[in-house]
Ligand binder design. Structure first.
Ligand code: SAH
Length: 392
């Protein structure tokens, strides 16, 4: 093996890596030996010389090492081939009812900095770190071999790239040009996904099972789908026999696609209305007449410092939602803020329930689906938190 740069940790700072946490923060590092440029593979050692693992090193980033392995092994084509086929194998068994799902979930699949989503025949790749960027060519070849997609499209237009010293990058990496819309099937719902311009890599795959859960509650119900994007929850509700649906989002483009989805899924006969605007304001103007309210807002707390303001936002929304529900109505309420813990989210929702004066039962929690695994040593990877509440 060639000599790799060595990252030496401060005394006592090896514990988290020994437990399997995949990040080394710059504050834990005593020194770096050898020349390093952003994205190099390097070795990590404890202060007393114990080998701890290998990872992508980026001295520009606060997360100076993203750990790839705790073993001494060569980081190259074979290494990535094994990780990709391990991720592919278990998904292949689970994906029977959808042709759109996440194939690689970054740290959750022991591949920090790499996201790969499948939309039918196309794969969409997001490389967020300098380390993964170096392997993009190799990764594209491996993904082609493993999945034989018609196209691989890159959507590396994420904020994290800037912190890593990388420019945004989007475009075709392999195969034929992707059409403007790719049609996918999710539990017999049909959706058109714009992988080139849509939010995230085109669709909120992380909410799939929760949308399906809603379907089972929906028969004859009057539903308010807040932060609806292209109507995922409403379409599932429609297939579950919903009586009436109201969709709200600030994005005109998203609502236009939601409208198309209603027709594509032959749900035009269900009374529906689409409202473009700010959910916070719109909720205040609606009548209390809904059987189910869904709140799926964007992350309000992208940084820890945003938590107090974000908490007020969640409280406000949930309070309005409880007020709009009929007796025996359901609230499906979500947070996708990394920094919002289960405990805090639940406190906020419960305090909104109390302030609304309603009697509320908690029926359960909703989270990530099977294609968004988290490494149990990396709690930061868990971000989607949902509560199912029932108003008596
Ligand atoms: N429920 C959707 C995903 C929601 S993503 C699904 O299952 O596909 C969050 C959505 O909130 C985005 O579509 C975004 O356009 C919208 N949004 C963000 N801020 C908003 C606001 N203040 N009012 C209304 N919509 C907003």
């Amino acid at each position: 093996m060639t000599t790799l740069p060595r990252v030496i940790l401060k005394k006592g700072r090896e514990k988290s890596m020994l437990r399997g946490h995949p990040w080394v923060f710059s504050g834990a590092v005593a020194k770096v030996e050898g020349e390093v440029s952003p994205g190099d593979v390097g070795e990590v050692y404890s202060s007393d010389g114990q080998f701890l693992g290998l990872g992508h090193v980026n001295p520009r980033s606060q997360i100076i090492v993203r750990v790839l392995t705790q073993k001494k092994e060569e980081i190259g084509e074979n290494f990535f081939a094994k990780r990709i086929s391990r991720a592919a194998h278990f998904r292949g068994r689970l994906s029977g009812r959808t042709n759109a799902y996440r194939i690689i979930n970054g740290e959750g699949d022991y591949l920090p900095g790499l996201i790969v989503d499948r939309y039918g025949e196309a794969l969409v790749v997001q490389c967020s770190t300098a380390g993964m960027e170096r392997f993009k060519g190799i990764l594209t070849n491996l993904l082609t071999k493993e999945f034989q997609p018609a196209s691989i499209y890159e959507r590396s237009d994420v904020a994290l790239r800037k912190e890593e010293g990388l420019a945004e990058s989007s475009g075709l990496l392999y195969g034929k040009e992707v059409p403007e819309f790719i049609e996918i099937e999710e539990y017999s719902c049909r959706f058109r996904v714009n992988v080139r311009k849509g939010q995230k890599t085109g669709f909120y795959l992380d909410q799939r099972e929760n949308r399906f859960f809603l379907r089972g509650l929906s028969e004859s119900k009057k539903i308010l789908d807040c932060f609806c994007y292209t109507g995922g929850f409403s379409i599932h509700a429609g297939l579950g026999g919903a009586g009436e649906v109201t969709l709200v989002d600030s994005s005109e483009e998203a609502l236009a696609i939601a409208e198309e989805h209603i027709t594509l899924n032959q749900l035009d006969k269900i009374p529906h209305q689409l409202i473009q605007g700010d959910v916070f304001e719109i909720l205040r103007g609606l009548q209390p007449e809904y059987d189910i309210v869904i709140l799926d807002p964007p992350p309000f707390a992208k940084k820890k410092g945003h938590l107090p303001r974000a908490s007020r936002g969640y409280k406000d929304l949930n309070l309005s939602a409880f007020r709009l529900l009929n007796e025996e109505g359901f609230l499906l309420t979500f947070s996708c803020s990394h920094h919002m813990s289960w405990d805090l989210f639940q406190k906020i929702v419960f305090s909104a329930a109390l302030d609304s004066g309603r009697k509320v039962q908690l029926l359960g929690r909703l989270g990530h689906p099977w294609d968004h695994p988290t490494n149990i040593c990396h709690p930061e990877g868990e971000y989607l938190r949902g509560l199912i509440c029932k108003v008596l």
